[in-house]
Design a protein around this ligand. Structure first.
Ligand code: DC
Length: 221
């Protein structure tokens, strides 16, 4: 089985690029951020403070998360409900970042992620895939872009969903999330050993996808 790990900060285009790359290679795409988002959503639904480790840990034993694939599209279900769209709000982005710093949450989700990668060729994206979840991945990529470029992309995405958004607020959220994700004690966002950094600030979507595919093809023979 071939494993491709794609890590990087929020808004670097990981999900859309990874999805396209997985399709081109005929691999399964696994979005691990969606799993942290779903735990965040569950905590919010239960009225639990997403920074309260004990409170969030208390929902884990009965957590019912299911991942299903339809072609390259990943759908995520919480308690039987497809929450793939509900988890894409600014509120849940921050909730995901908060719960992702809780060790018990990471233990539960990393276990699920490794199981999913056992029997398939995968492109898996997240923050700690190359450094911790799949340290033996054949290809490790750290996908990044300037904070300005990432905030612009996220702003456009939210506008397209016709949400009321303020660019400065999007950028502030991104800076805060970057800081939280890179400075937490467990599995912080780092460039994994052996990873290749690809900066997409000056690349459009198609160029970014091509840069990633070229790198993978030259690494996996
Ligand atoms: O990739 P994303 O924006 O959907 O991720 C949401 C949050 O989940 C992100 O702020 C950090 C966390 N996360 C993580 O800690 N580890 C991962 N492998 C993926 C996401």
């Amino acid at each position: 089985m071939t494993k491709i790990a794609i890590d990087g900060p929020a808004g670097a285009g990981k999900s859309s690029i990874s999805k396209k790359v997985a399709k081109a290679l005929g691999y399964i795409y696994i979005d691990t951020g969606a799993m942290y988002r779903t735990v965040g959503l569950k905590a919010v639904k239960c009225g639990i403070d997403t920074k309260d480790s004990e409170g969030v840990a208390s929902i884990l034993p009965t957590l019912d998360i299911d991942i299903r694939h339809e072609g390259v599209e990943q759908h995520i279900f919480l308690d039987g409900e497809n929450v793939s769209d509900k988890i894409r709000t600014p509120e849940i982005s921050m909730a995901a970042s908060n719960v992702s710093a809780i060790p018990a949450v990471r233990v539960a989700l990393v276990d699920l992620q490794r199981k999913l990668a056992e029997n398939h060729d995968v492109v898996m994206d997240g923050r700690d895939i190359g450094s911790f979840v799949l340290p033996d991945a054949e290809v490790k990529i750290f996908l990044t872009a300037s904070v300005e470029a990432r905030a612009q992309r996220r702003y456009k995405e939210l506008l397209e969903k016709s949400e009321t958004v303020d660019f400065d607020a999007v950028k502030e959220d991104m800076i805060l999330r970057d800081k939280q994700d890179s400075t937490r004690a467990v599995s912080p966002l780092v460039v994994a050993e052996g990873a290749t950094v690809i900066d997409t600030s000056a690349l459009n979507f198609e160029e970014s996808v091509n840069a990633v595919i070229e790198h993978i093809r030259s690494s996996v023979r």
